[in-house]
Design a protein around this ligand. Structure first.
Ligand SMILES: NC(=O)c1ccc[n+]([C@@H]2O[C@H](COP(=O)([O-])OP(=O)(O)OC[C@H]3O[C@@H](n4cnc5c(N)ncnc54)[C@H](OP(=O)(O)O)[C@@H]3O)[C@@H](O)[C@H]2O)c1
Length: 244
């Protein structure tokens, strides 16, 4: 590994947008840790990218396992001593589309928040000390336009009739967390932003999205690699700033 390379970690990277984010960061020369909740799948995915000559390393990281998160942070500390980029990509969608908003089960709400919000915060807390040791840390939180209250309230918006409450509200909370963390870090070189990747053809929507997965990774990668002019506390889709 080139001693000057940036180091990135992408959660939920064994498939979908996360795997493409790893590929694009590695193609840009970033030494990228491909984090997966299954160590075997993470190793398998990392080996495939390594075989193409890309600087990718597997790491086991289940975002709902606090001890596992601490172990992963210790591993990165011991091996690399810092982290330049954290992409909080892992996410789940459990809402039953056949069930009205008012009747989604509390089990669905709790499990969704455990992964999409509390897991994201736990990973950020564990890796923030390492991001502070990088010259210009970047945190990218993968949210969704389904987290936008302004768009949910607008009858003209494409998501007006897409109400998946546990998922949507978890992403609204991710956006609010991003704003709060960005405020805390505003005087540091760290920049934290939240993104909508697009409506992307992945397992999450059974391949019914509009964007190819490669394009779905582009907003995360752009903010992960953004330089001194990087925004802080913004919600973006490509170059567009989305309403909260
Ligand atoms: N696809 C879209 O149109 C779309 C739109 C807006 C936002 N997003 C967001 O984009 C992100 C990636 O979604 P995707 O479409 O790529 O979904 P996906 O294909 O379903 O992949 C989700 C990834 O998250 C991982 N994951 C789930 N729970 C985890 C946990 N506890 N710990 C670690 N990893 C975990 C999965 O790992 P396993 O392989 O082990 O299950 C998988 O790698 C999500 O945050 C999603 O909400 C997607």
């Amino acid at each position: 590994m080139n001693a000057n390379s940036k180091i990135a970690l992408v959660t939920g990277a064994t498939r979908g947008i996360g795997l493409q984010t790893v590929r694009q960061l590695a193609e840009a020369g970033v030494h990228t840790l491909l984090a997966g909740r299954s160590r075997e799948r993470a190793v398998e995915a990392a080996l495939a990218l390594q075989a193409e000559g890309l600087p990718v390393e597997a790491i086991a990281l289940d975002v709902v396992d606090e001890a596992g998160i601490a172990a992963a942070a210790e591993q990165v500390t011991a091996r690399h001593g810092r982290l330049d980029i954290l992409v909080n990509n892992a996410g789940i969608l459990l809402d039953d589309v056949a069930v009205p908003v008012s009747e989604q089960t509390l089990a669905t709400w709790r499990a969704t928040f455990e992964t999409n919000l509390f897991g994201l915060i736990a990973v950020t807390q564990a890796f923030l000390p390492l991001l502070r040791l990088a010259p210009a840390g970047r945190i990218v939180n993968v949210s969704s336009m389904l987290g936008s209250l302004a768009l949910h309230l607008d009858p003209a918006s494409p998501i007006y009739d897409m109400k998946l409450p546990a998922y949507d509200v978890s992403k609204t909370a991710v956006n609010a967390w991003t704003v709060h963390l960005a405020h805390e870090l505003r005087e540091t070189p760290i920049r934290v932003n939240t993104v909508h990747p697009g409506y992307v053809k992945t397992d999450m929507n059974a391949g019914e999205g509009e964007l190819d997965i490669a394009d779905g990774a582009r907003t995360s990668v752009a903010l992960a690699l953004a330089g001194d002019d990087a925004p802080n506390g913004s919600f973006r889709y490509f170059d567009e700033v989305l309403p909260w």
